[in-house]
Design a protein around this ligand. Structure first.
Ligand code: NAD
Ligand code: IPM
Ligand code: MN
Length: 354
């Protein structure tokens, strides 16, 4: 297993260090793991003047899988857009063709009380958000800020999806739904936006190849509401890049914390980049208080999707469940009656449970 480690910025290095300890534990047991580290985002800008430098690109392309912390931070927000950390993240996703972003929102029963929703609303929650990751308004041209015909400054972006982009993410989502409860909800804004009206049309067409999956459609505004009203009505959600970004952060709070939501970003051959859904959390960076579990759970997803090691994926997920059952909590999921521990102590606990 050749794994590129990209710690990134803010809390990135702190949380990635804990996932690396899990990998080292497996390595000590005999798993053949090769790890190499490179900068991405602000850390890469500091070292190379580019958020996705050639050295990082080479490593990422040669690795089987990539583990990423998070990128971004206030120190970089005033840079020209193409130098900003977030551009580095978008560039690596696009460069490696990582179009399929899986964001599972699973409630560990131990965290039912940590959610801001009533325990009975979230108990047993297990939904998979499939977010398209290399198209949509994130990448559509034209884009920019210019002076319009009326002589006024305006900002503009373009929402675009080609048929092939929609077909491949639809296929991925149907295949995932087939392995789960065979219910797929496509989220769009087809009542207003032509781009997503087209999305819906293609989803309906692809559905003909998956007669065993029940396809439904929902407007994104309603979906945002339904996710907090009755999230368990969903099995798999498939949606475009920007709606998926927003809905997955919303879904994270169903699981107790944004610090619990892992992700996999896959290409057509299951090469993947694995990262928590959250950002670099500048407000808590450097304090050793961040929750590393989303990153550790992303490593579990790596074992499952890139390396087809369901045994190791399950073992890592069970170790996470064990530490939660033992009552260990980082600050974001702390409740009275549990024990508040640091980021690195959470790493200790997971390694011990493993
Ligand atoms: P954020 O996810 O970094 O933080 C939002 C809130 O959640 C903060 O209060 C933070 O402390 C908390 N939080 C996030 N992760 C946590 C964890 N593991 N443990 C405990 N608390 C956690 O979002 P933001 O504040 O909007 O963005 C901060 C920076 O991160 C920006 O530069 C943004 O562009 C970037 N960002 C990067 C990614 C990524 O690398 N994939 C994702 C989102 C945001
Ligand atoms: C995420 C982040 C990124 C996104 C940003 C930092 C580019 O919010 O991974 O969810 O919008 O995709
Ligand atoms: Mn996001």
């Amino acid at each position: 297993m050749k794994i590129a480690i990209l710690p990134g910025d803010g809390i990135g290095p702190e949380i990635v260090a804990q996932a690396v300890r899990v990998l080292e534990k497996l390595q000590a047991e005999g798993l053949q793991v090769e790890m190499e580290t490179a900068p991405l985002g602000g850390a890469a800008y500091d070292q190379y003047g580019e958020p996705y430098p050639e050295a990082t690109r080479q490593l990422a392309r040669s690795a089987d899988a990539i583990l990423l912390g998070a990128v971004g931070g206030p120190a970089y927000d005033a840079l020209p857009r193409e130098k900003r950390p977030e551009r580095g993240l978008l560039a690596i996703r696009k460069d490696l063709g990582l179009f399929g972003n899986l964001r599972p929102a699973i409630l560990y029963p131990e965290l039912a009380g940590a959610s801001t929703l009533k325990p009975e609303v979230v108990a047993g929650l297990d939904i998979m958000i499939v977010r398209e990751l290399t198209g949509d308004i994130y990448f559509g041209q034209p884009r920019g800020i210019h002076v319009n015909a009326a002589g006024e400054r305006e900002g503009f972006n373009t929402m675009r999806y080609s048929e092939s982009e929609i077909r491949r993410i639809a296929k991925l989502a149907f295949e995932i739904a087939q392995k789960r409860n065979r219910k797929l909800c496509s989220v769009d804004k087809a009542n207003v936006l032509e781009c997503t009206e087209f999305w819906k049309e293609i989803l309906i067409d692809v559905a003909k190849d998956y007669p065993d999956v029940e396809l439904s459609h929902m407007y994104v505004d309603n979906a945002a509401m339904q996710l907090v009203r009755n999230p368990k009505q969903f099995d798999v959600i498939v949606t475009g890049n920007i709606f998926g970004d927003i809905l997955s952060d919303e879904a994270s709070m169903l699981t107790g914390s944004i610090g619990m939501l892992p992700s996999a970003s896959l290409d057509a051959a299951n090469k993947g980049l694995y990262e928590p859904c959250h950002g670099s959390a500048p407000d808590i960076a450097g304090k050793n208080v961040a929750n590393p579990l989303a990153t550790i759970l992303s490593l579990a997803m790596m074992m499952r999707y890139t390396f087809a090691r369901e045994d190791l994926a399950t073992r890592i997920e069970q170790a996470v469940q064990t530490v939660l059952r033992q009552g260990y909590r980082t600050a974001d999921i702390f409740e009275p009656g549990t024990e508040r521990i640091s980021c690195s102590a959470m790493g200790d606990a997971v390694v011990a449970a493993l």
